[in-house]
Design a protein around this ligand. Sequence first.
Ligand code: 5U1
Length: 677
Amino acid sequence: MDPEASLHARAARLRAEIEAHNHRYYVLDQPSIPDAEYDRLMRELVDLEREHPQLQTADSPTQRVGGEPAAGFEQVHHRVAMLSLDNAYTDEELIAFDQRNRQRLGMEGEISYSAEPKLDGVAISLRYERGMLVQASTRGDGTTGEDVTRNVRTIRAVPLRLRSAAPPVLLEVRGEVYLPKKGFETLNARAVAQGERLFANPRNAAAGSIRQLDPQLAAARPLAFYAYGFGETGDMVMSPTHSAGLALLRSLGLPVSGLCEVVEGVDGCLRYYARMVDKRAGLPYEIDGVVFKVDDEALRKELGAVSRAPRWAIARKFPAEEVLSIVEGVDFQVGRTGAITPVARLKPVFVGGVTVSNATLHNFDELERKDVRPGDTVVVRRAGDVIPEIAAVLLERRPKGSRVVHMPQQCPACGSDVIKPEGQAIARCTGGLVCSAQRRQGLAHFASRRAMDIDGLGEKLIEQLVASGLVESPADLYRLPPGRLLDLERMGEKSVAGLLAAIAGSRQTSLARFLFALGIPGVGEATAAALAAHFGQLERLEQATEAGLQEVPDVGPAIAAAVHAFFAQEHNREVIAELRRLGVSWPEDAGVRSQASPLAGKTLVLTGTLAHMTREEAEARIRELGGKVSGSVSGRSSYLVCGENPGSKLARAQALGVPVLGEAEFLAYLDEDGLKT
Ligand code: 5U1
């Protein structure tokens, strides 16, 4: 193909692809690619047409704003077009926008900009005649939208009558209908309860709600609204600046974001952007960037607009939180307790401000549900500090002959059997103490303060001991050749002597500590203590049946199965026997030497978002330490654990006098050092 023909073909392909996505997005409310990918396609087409104007066609998506109006709603003609915004993805693009403006205006000094959050919702025009709301419409293609008055009237944030004794004859207000984060959670929780389809994000939920044909259903969706500009205004006397216009809207009873402010020059814009990046996660609604608008109306007029967007405004977009990537493979990671986690290896992508090349698939049930396969194109999501995950698979892009990923039958590290008990999501390697992947983490746990309490044996040293081949199993710790230890980094005679003394001292322990040190899945300190107290002797525990194990307080079928499987493995029994031959011992009948975990027997309630772990992880850790987790605060609650943006549980806990733990205090409880008494 000659170069000209191939350029034409590329432009035509881009146009067709963008139109197909427009249809899915604007008409079906079912976008199949993230916004960032759509923006990328659009930019490629804009650039191509700018460089080769002969490629431009009258029906190119670059020549209009959105999609076709949907059937089912009356059409509305916008006499003042509902424009879109140009985007800046980098500081340099924002600086260039300001430079262009100053050049066009021949200005030496700084331009004042109105800076505003860019809400991730649906653009709406509200038409007020003599102060009464008479029509609400969507943007549609910018000149023709859909009449959604009945649905918008259900939004409490939208005034049905302006607050003014002498309202303007005609006022069209432009703004964004959005769904606050809390409303989105409520909506999706309701959808789960009713077995309905979940919304991918608050923006889709808002768009779906506003174009809901049944206003009763729309009314049940907790939508909100912020005003940010004007449409038709008849003979109204307009304010000389945009910021004064926003103040006027506010005075008329329209909601305007409290984050709007006037900033000076591009430096002011950059500082505002940085502040909003920090604020973003804590806001009660999603924003996908900030908007900067020349504040002076006279300057705006001078700058004018191009076909789809004004020259006087720009959206500085945040780094995308959802992007596309390709799955290069699925690996299996083995954790300390043998839990095997499938992890997707991704073609590296920049998402949520960092480069991501792996995304956890959590467990095999999740993997099966999402059916992620090597070669798949996937939506990768990383919001804030959240661990990257695969939000969706684009099935239409799945390569032919792709293969389903199954749970491995053997551990990828040691070849031992992998088991996944009926009804449980977690698959585990049964290799226990001989599995190399579990070994390092297992040794660190074995040596930890509340287990065998070997002072000075930290992760760095364990890494060296394993790498040098000195330690394979915990038993090797009790036969370390002192001479070889001197060869290790940062190990002088004094530290070697200290380490050997600590190891020797750990030989005298308790059955509870020893059981906890073994790192049996699900056996935290409290369970280890309960097992020791119940059986008194290790031999009795080793021989216990699953039914016998379930007689121990707080030991259910899952833990009983894990304990039974652990002792059923010959190699685990051998390591234990070796440890005992090397002098590890405990008073046979007493069992418990360690103090119970401070969470044992306590009931904890969680509220808000924890920065360092998911809600599920926090609950699992509490249970591991013998505590209970409850969904609501009562007089019997021991503690309320309070993360960011707590809910009403905080006020209730305070009213009932239930002690409140911040995240740091809670982590200290979970942390070994924090458990020191
Ligand atoms: N805050 C804000 N969002 N937003 C979206 N202002 C704003 N202005 C817009 C759009 C589409 O458009 C006008 C600049 C035309």
